[in-house]
Design a binder for this molecule. Structure first.
Ligand code: ATP
Length: 232
């Protein structure tokens, strides 16, 4: 569904990504792991074309290069940045409705009711202002809002960051439910446990390079690698 071939990315003259190549197949959950500053977020920003990049980025077989971020979103890429960006003076339901976009074929559209089915908590607080939500509620709302755009792939940048362990568990369960609904997911995570329980495959980043590609099972059994990843 999504493929990057030899992608380099730059902030001004500083190069942040070096020849990144990766693939996400339809229905798969793939995680990007690695230390702070290794280039995981920059990879998602390159896909959205929010940072200068070269190389090939293909989505459903067609190049995304040169498209502006809103066109990338329109093509079916749902991006949930780590900043969450909830509208504080709008209610939960109004925030959701702002994300609404009809799928090209009109099939399997996400509606407010379908979202409340997956995120029951959001249904309970539908009328509350976005500014009065906990961190976990904001994260759920930002994922739910991205779903309202009927994406073919959901890219999540550190969804568990700053959340209490019990909330992380809720979120992992919700993302698992989305996988069961056949959603394709590209996940950036510092929480290795959460990443390994969600993703089938992982790419490991170091200083702007992908150094390894492994299945989550392989990482789970590799104490040394796990220690390095947990030691970030
Ligand atoms: P983190 O978890 O900290 O976000 P990351 O793996 O996602 O880590 P990136 O945010 O992609 O890493 O950063 C990759 C490199 O690009 C780092 O060296 C970082 O300092 C640099 N960088 C990121 N954003 C900018 C920016 N706006 N301007 C200049 N350099 C940046």
């Amino acid at each position: 569904m999504l493929e990057l071939r030899n992608v380099d990315a730059f902030y001004g003259r500083a190069q942040a990504l070096f020849s990144i190549s990766l693939k996400v197949e339809e229905g798969e959950c793939v995680a990007l792991l690695g230390r702070n500053g290794a280039g995981k977020t920059t990879t998602l920003l390159s896909i959205m074309n929010l940072v200068k990049n070269t190389g090939d980025i293909l989505f459903k077989g067609k190049p995304l290069n040169g498209k502006q971020a809103f066109s990338v979103a329109k093509a079916g890429v749902g991006f949930v940045p780590d900043s969450r960006r909830i509208f504080p003076t709008l209610s939960v339901e109004e925030n959701l409705k702002l994300g609404r976009k009809t799928a090209p074929d009109g099939a399997a559209n996400w509606t407010v009711d379908r979202v409340y089915g997956v995120f029951p908590k959001l249904g309970q607080i539908a009328g509350r202002d976005g500014g009065n939500l906990s961190g976990g509620e904001q994260q759920m709302l930002s994922i739910a809002r991205a779903l309202m755009g009927n994406p073919d792939i959901l890219m999540l940048d550190e969804p568990t960051e700053g959340l209490a362990p019990v909330i992380v568990e809720d979120l992992v369960e919700i993302i698992s439910n989305l996988k069961r609904e056949k959603m394709t997911v590209l996940l950036v995570e510092q929480n290795v446990g959460a990443a390994l329980s969600l993703a089938e495959r992982c790419y490991i980043y170091d200083h702007g390079y992908i150094t390894e590609e492994k299945t989550s099972e392989e990482i789970a059994q590799d104490e040394k690698l796990k220690h390095e990843l947990l030691g970030v």
